[in-house]
Structure formats: structure tokens, C-alpha cells
Design a protein around this ligand. Sequence first.
Ligand SMILES: Cc1cc2nc3c(=O)[nH]c(=O)nc-3n(C[C@H](O)[C@H](O)[C@H](O)COP(=O)(O)OP(=O)(O)OC[C@H]3O[C@@H](n4cnc5c(N)ncnc54)[C@H](O)[C@@H]3O)c2cc1C
Length: 435
Amino acid sequence: MAWDMVVVGGGPAGLFAAIAAAERGARALVLEHMSNPGRKLLASGGGQCNLTHGGEIMDFLPHYGGGTRPGEAGRFLRPALYAFSNSDLVTWCTRWGVPLTEDPDGRVFPISRRAQDVLDLLLAEARRRRVELRTGVRVRSLRVERSRFVVLTAPEQKPVIEGLTLVLATGGRSYPSLGATGDGYRLAASLGHSVVSPRPTLAPVVVERNAFSPFVPCAGVSLPGAAVAVVREKRTIAEKEGGVLFTHRGLSGPAVLNLSRYVLPGDSVRVSLLAGSGSIDLAEQRLTAEIAAHGKRTVVSLLQGFGVTACLARALVAAVGLGPGTKAAELPREARRVLATSLAAGGDGGHPFPVGSLGGWNEAMVTAGGVRLSEVDSKTLESRLVPGLFFAGEILDVDGDTGGYNLQAAFSTGRLAGTSAAGKARSGARRRVTR
Ligand SMILES: Cc1cc2nc3c(=O)[nH]c(=O)nc-3n(C[C@H](O)[C@H](O)[C@H](O)COP(=O)(O)OP(=O)(O)OC[C@H]3O[C@@H](n4cnc5c(N)ncnc54)[C@H](O)[C@@H]3O)c2cc1C
């Protein structure tokens, strides 16, 4: 007998879709190729699971990239996010025994700080609703026969699995060690969908080696509230304010990760190395005044006096080609302007870090690109091309900022896809009975 709904992928989106469908009386089967479901969920938030963000749900919309036009991803997600919002998720988790807490920066975690508790909750709810979960089963191909989905797996399942509806929730391509296969894109394409090329995002930026060498000793230094901009051919294409973390090879931290969806090799990432230092002219005026007053001090100690960390002060002086003992009075005029630029924010301000590459699939937390949004009905998450086919989670061409936006999207789209698929299966069954 055919299942009402077959879900491919046992991550948060797939499990939540199955739970939502089962709540509406549907017989749901989840197929997961790893030996355990929800591996990425377990790794999320460093194992603590930052599963959503505080605030109003309408404020979530600008935090998503994807689609072909600015704002398209947010508009696409709106029905799913409004139908099952951040506060609905908090209520749901709390009601079933996993209370959540909001950090001062808005990130929401289980009070226990254990991602395992969130996964255990999903699995317990799935069991309670009689969702069947089969692990170690990789879906290889799909076909539609007499309005049913025939699912072909490895190792080969007998009898063949059939579903009245099918939810593709296979996630993206990042972190293959946590189960990502990218199979979903191929499966969607085999049913006629187009897929926007997947690329890594929420990824650290690797800076060109020579330009970064003075900053290598600063690995581990973080700057809160830095102004960061992505510059391509002298044009600023995106900018944000937030935390920046220096790594051994380049830049990370929330502001850089959130901008990484726009970054290409050859771009420059500009970081203001001193929060609140204002425009380049203002920073230069302050430097000039300090030099006039304290010409005998070293440039490094002068910069430290401004609030620049010792390590970054040394790196900046090295980056303009001077030794660490250079006295303020000896600072050439052009070097002073360059230093002022590195400290400043806005306009052309910020230290320019030329991008060598972006962290790859083993470092990117999320995949940008995926199933093209215009081919999916945002109100139901049903395919506009194949009736009965639904999509949920990261497989869609949607990627969220850090801070809980990706898991919220997985839960909200999972819920909407599951509810819609259950309705579809029921109406199909009614039609068959009436006939
Ligand atoms: C290290 C890390 C930390 C993160 N931290 C956070 C965080 O704190 N907050 C946040 O909001 N987001 C975070 N994310 C992102 C978030 O985890 C994902 O966006 C989210 O898990 C996506 O859910 P999903 O169900 O769509 O996909 P996934 O969680 O990737 O689940 C898809 C499932 O499908 C299975 N699968 C794939 N192909 C097949 C196949 N052919 N057959 C059967 N099964 C298949 C996979 O094994 C996997 O279990 C993090 C990601 C990473 C990698």
C-alpha cells in the first residue's frame, strides 16, 4: 500500500514535515541515509542548537538570501514563517518538555544548551505520532507512476516504496560528514525542476596570503561591532555591522559569515578596525593631532591608545611596510592616510582584505542556491510542475543569516510542507473513494 507521504531526509525539515502530516492523520514514512537522523541538527550552534531568533517574525524576512531578485527569499518564506513562527517554535518546544532561552543578542537555545534534547524531542514526537523512520536508506531515484511517487533506494527495498505525496528535505551540500549528499538537487531535476547552482555560504573568507601575512599572529582576535563591506570593482555590493573574527587564513565571525553569500574570489572585504572611528577624514584628523602631541611614541602604541588591540596595531604598521619601532613623528603622510582608512568606517573606509577564496563545503554552514523558488508555490510548498511533490528546508534556494534563521526556516517550511502534503493525500484519497 502507498504511504500518504514519503519524506526524503531525516533532518529537522523532514522530521518536522512528517510530524505535522501525522498530526493530521497521514501515514508518514521518513527515509534517512545516515545511520542516525538529524546529524546536522546535533552539530548546530556548536552542539547547543541555536534553533531560532527572538523578535517579531516579520523582522526575519530580510535575513534570507536566495531567489533571483533582492528580497525574493524573504517573500517566498513569509507564508511558512507566519504559519509557524519563532514564537510558535518556542511554544511547541516548551510544551513538549524542552524550554528555550533567549540570549541578549537574540539567539534562542534550549535552556539545557543541548542540541540532543531538541533531536530527542523530534524523534519522540515522531514516534508518538507513529511516523515510521528508516535509517541507512539512501534514495537514489524517483519516478511518478499513476499519480504516485515510486521511490528507488539503495540498498534496494522490497516491496518498492510508494507515496501519494513526496517531500524532498535532503538539505544542502555543506558538511558531507553530517549527511549532506546534494542528492536532492539531482532528484528534483529528474522530476523537471531547475536548480540554482549550489554554493557554500556562512563560510569564512580566506584572504590572499601576502596581504594577510601581517595579520596571521592575530588569529583568535575578535572585533565586536565592526563595519564590514564587500567591494567589487570599487563598488560596495553589500555591507553589515557585527562581529569579525580573525582566523589563521582570513576572516570569520557573524558579520563576515552573513556577508559570505555575496563574496567572490577577487572581491575585497573591508573591515573597520576601530569601531566608532567615523570617516577616513575624521580618523586622519585624530591621528594627526595625536602625532603632533606624542611624536616620540611608537605608531603601535599610539594606535593602541586609540583602542586598537596590540596585535592589530602591529599588523597595521607592518601592512604599511614599517617596523614595529617606528616613531609617530616618522610616519610618512601616505602611510598615515592608509592607517586612517583601515580604522575608519563608511565610504571607502576599512582595511581592504583581498579575497583569495571562500571556505569550501567542509567549512560552510549552509548552502546557497537550490530548487528554484519560482517553481514552488510558497503558500503550500508544492511543486508547480509535479502535483504532490513538496520541498522543505535547505534544499530550497534560500539561505539564512547566522543566529537561528536557518533552523527556523527548516522548521517552518517542514511544517507547511507536511501540512499541505497531508491535505493533498487526504483529498486524493477522497477522490478515489468517490470515483
Ligand atoms: C556546523 C553547523 C552548525 C550550524 N548551526 C546552526 C545554528 O546554530 N542555527 C541555525 O539556524 N542553523 C545552523 N546550521 C544550519 C542548519 O543546521 C541547517 O540549515 C538545517 O539543518 C537544514 O535542515 P534540513 O532538514 O533542510 O537539512 P539537513 O539538516 O541537512 O537534513 C537533511 C537530511 O537528509 C539526509 N539525506 C541527504 N540525501 C539523502 C538521500 N539521498 N536519501 C536519504 N536521506 C538523505 C541527510 O543525511 C540529512 O540527515 C548549522 C549548520 C552546520 C553545518
